[in-house]
Design a protein around this ligand. Structure first.
Ligand code: 6PG
Length: 262
C-alpha cells in the first residue's frame, strides 16, 4: 500500500480567501472523482468555517463549474436536533448551499440527528453508508472530507476524552458533549482516515493556540491529530489569524496562497 503523502499546509490571507482557496480544491476533487468513478462523494462538517465555503460554492462562478448531479453529499457529524433547528448542520448547509444549487435532493444524505435513541440513528447512518457506497464490511472511501477544528482540538464531533477517540470498528457513533449539553452523531476515525482527501479548514485568532500546538507539538494531544489518512492526502488550510501564533520557521513551511495565482 502506498503510504499517505505528508500533510500539506496552505496559508490564506483571511477567512474569505480561505473559503475561495478551499472551493478550488473542492471543485478539483469533485471533477477528478467524477472523471474516475462517475460520482463524487463528499462529507461535510458543520460550523462557521465550512459555512463560508458553502456560500462560496453557491456563487455564480463555482455553481456553474461543479457537476452537482454527480455529487453526493454526506455529513461528518450532526447535532441531536431536527433538520429545521438552528443548530442543525444539515439546516446550515441547506441554507448556505443546497437551496442555491441544482444538487438533487436524493444526492443529499442527511444524518437523522433527531432520531432517538441516538445509537439507532448512528446505525441508520451506517446503513446509509453501506447502501450508498455499495459496501458491506469494507470501509466507505470518501473522495473528500471537510473538517473543522474546535478550540479544544475536537474535530467532527469527537471531543477530548471521548470513547469515540478509540473507536476502531463502528463507522458512525452517537456521542454526548457534556460541555455543550448536546447529543451528536459523528463519523469515526476509521472512516475519516480512509478518505482519498481530507481538508481541515481553520480560520480566526481563537484557533491560533490549538493550531500552533497541533502543527508544532507531538501527535495525539488533540482529537484532530488522530486524522492521519491511510493513503489519502491531508491538507491543513488556515488563515493568517489562525496562523498568528506559529513560530516563523513553522509558518514558512506553509504554502502562502496568493489570490488569483494557480
Ligand atoms: C460541528 C462541527 C465541528 C466544527 C468545529 C469548528 O458540528 O460543530 O462539525 O467539528 O467543525 O467546531 O467549528 P467553527 O468552524 O465554527 O469554528
Amino acid at each position: 500500500m502506498v503510504p499517505a503523502p505528508s500533510p500539506k499546509w496552505l496559508l490564506a490571507s483571511d477567512a474569505d480567501h480561505l473559503a475561495r482557496e478551499a472551493a478550488k480544491i473542492v471543485m478539483e476533487s469533485v471533477a477528478s472523482a467524477v472523471a474516475a468513478r462517475k460520482v463524487a462523494t463528499v462529507a461535510v462538517s458543520g460550523g462557521s468555517t465550512p459555512k463560508k465555503l458553502f456560500e462560496t460554492l453557491a456563487d455564480e462562478y463555482h455553481k456553474s463549474r461543479i457537476a452537482w448531479d454527480r455529487l453526493h453529499i454526506f455529513f461528518v457529524d450532526e447535532r441531536g436536533v431536527p433538520p429545521n433547528h438552528a443548530d442543525s448542520n444539515y439546516g446550515m448547509a441547506k441554507a448556505a448551499l443546497f437551496s442555491k444549487v441544482p444538487l438533487p435532493e436524493s444526492n443529499i444524505h442527511r444524518m437523522t440527528g433527531e432520531m432517538l435513541p441516538p445509537a439507532e440513528a448512528a446505525k441508520a447512518y451506517e446503513s446509509t453508508l453501506r447502501a450508498s457506497f455499495k459496501v458491506d464490511k469494507s470501509i466507505p472511501v470518501f473522495d473528500l472530507i471537510l473538517l473543522g477544528l474546535g478550540e479544544d482540538g475536537h474535530t467532527a464531533s469527537i471531543f477530548p476524552k471521548m470513547e469515540a477517540l478509540e473507536e476502531t470498528a463502528k463507522w458512525v457513533m452517537a456521542t454526548y458533549v457534556e460541555k455543550l449539553k448536546s447529543n451528536r452523531l459523528t463519523l469515526t476515525f476509521p472512516v475519516l482516515n480512509a478518505a482519498r482527501r481530507a481538508i481541515f479548514l481553520v480560520a480566526g485568532k481563537s484557533k491560533a493556540p490549538v493550531l500552533k500546538d497541533i502543527l508544532t507539538q507531538g501527535p495525539s494531544r488533540y482529537p484532530a491529530q488522530r486524522v492521519n489518512l491511510t493513503t489519502g492526502e491531508l491538507i491543513w488550510m488556515f488563515d493568517q489569524a489562525a496562523a498568528s501564533e506559529l513560530p516563523p520557521d513553522v509558518r514558512f513551511k506553509a504554502l502562502h496562497l496568493v489570490e488569483g495565482k494557480i
